[in-house]
Design a protein around this ligand. Structure first.
Ligand code: AMP
Ligand code: MN
Ligand code: MN
Ligand code: MN
Length: 297
């Protein structure tokens, strides 16, 4: 019984008690704050170890590292890669990689490609239901021309008074079966995990409760992910309910995965969970930051 249980029993439980926030977004993807503003906010909320994880992008990493150090925080490099698995979009967080790794840089560039065209098609879909100028409207919120996302459309539709808030926009317009939804093929699970791993980082399944997979699909996701070299799962995230913390804490133990903690903060006005304010990781889990100690800057 099991290396896993022995390790859990022997490990120094206090390593779980660290205010690590290893998932958030800046204006380099679909957040509303700059890397510097996020660092100040994280520090004010007591974050000790921070990672900026922009979607499909690492253009903010040098600024985030400098801002972390300027605010007396430790830092792990980060990103959140969009993947297509079983016809759904899955997010894979990468942490602690070499941000100048050529294969990772190229893979992310390739993953971002096609976002503009997809956005034009989303705009055409919205025009058909009488919402005009959505592409141009969304662009006003975009900080990085290579990274126009559904979030930017959501902000425009709220501004235009079509919806009250961004969850309503997603519910009515931007998810499967609705007029602004355009199916898109992102990176493969295998490529995303391998880009991160060969760049000396750790691949982590982001917010697993969000995907709505059947138990069989979820099992396939975790199995393939591990086979490709993935090692971590987000347990404590702004996207999970307390009941889901328990489900995925069990899963982390069962599958011998390292556990991560991150708010998924995007904006002071939109995010339910602020930087650094989540519950601690359960003490029986081995935190990703223990396995990545040698990659912390
Ligand atoms: P995209 O990468 O363009 O498909 O946009 C995905 C982003 O949309 C996610 O990272 C979230 O920030 C946001 N998002 C997805 N679903 C929702 C939702 N139901 N409510 C609010 N934001 C959402
Ligand atoms: Mn996002
Ligand atoms: Mn995500
Ligand atoms: Mn995210």
């Amino acid at each position: 019984m099991h290396a896993r249980r022995c390790r859990a029993y022997n490990k120094n439980v206090s390593t779980s008690i660290l205010n690590a926030d290893l998932h958030c977004h800046s204006v380099v993807s679909d957040g509303t704050l700059t890397p510097e503003e996020l660092a100040v906010r994280a520090k004010a909320n007591g974050v000790e170890l921070w990672a900026l994880t922009d979607h499909d992008e690492i253009g903010g990493q040098d600024r985030a590292l400098a801002a972390a150090h300027a605010n007396g925080m430790k830092y792990l490099t980060g990103t959140e890669i969009s993947v297509t698995f079983a016809n759904k979009t899955v997010h894979i967080v990468g942490l602690g990689f070499d941000a100048h790794d050529a294969q990772l840089v190229a893979g992310l560039h390739q993953t971002r490609g096609g976002r503009s065209e997809r956005a034009q098609e989303m705009s055409e879909g919205l025009a058909k239901v009488g919402i005009h100028g959505a592409y141009e409207g969304a662009l006003k919120y975009v900080g990085n021309p290579e990274l126009i996302s559904r979030t930017h459309f959501a902000r425009f539709l709220v501004e235009a008074g079509v919806c009250q808030d961004t969850p309503e926009v997603f519910r009515r317009f931007l998810t499967e079966g609705h007029p602004g939804f355009v199916p898109h093929r992102w990176a493969s699970l295998k490529d995303a995990v391998q880009w991160i791993v060969q760049a000396k980082g750790m691949a982590i399944i982001a917010h697993p409760a969000r995907y709505g997979f059947t138990p069989n699909e979820e099992f396939a996701l975790f199995t393939e992910f591990k086979n490709y070299g993935g090692e971590g799962v987000e347990v404590i995230t702004g996207s999970h309910t307390p009941a889901e913390y328990v489900v995925y804490a069990d899963m982390a133990q069962e599958l011998d995965l390292f556990a991560s903690r991150g708010s998924d903060f995007h904006s002071p006005n939109e995010s339910r969970i602020d930087l650094g304010t989540l519950p601690w990781l359960p003490g029986q889990l081995t935190p990703v930051w223990e396995a990545l100690a040698h990659r912390i800057q």
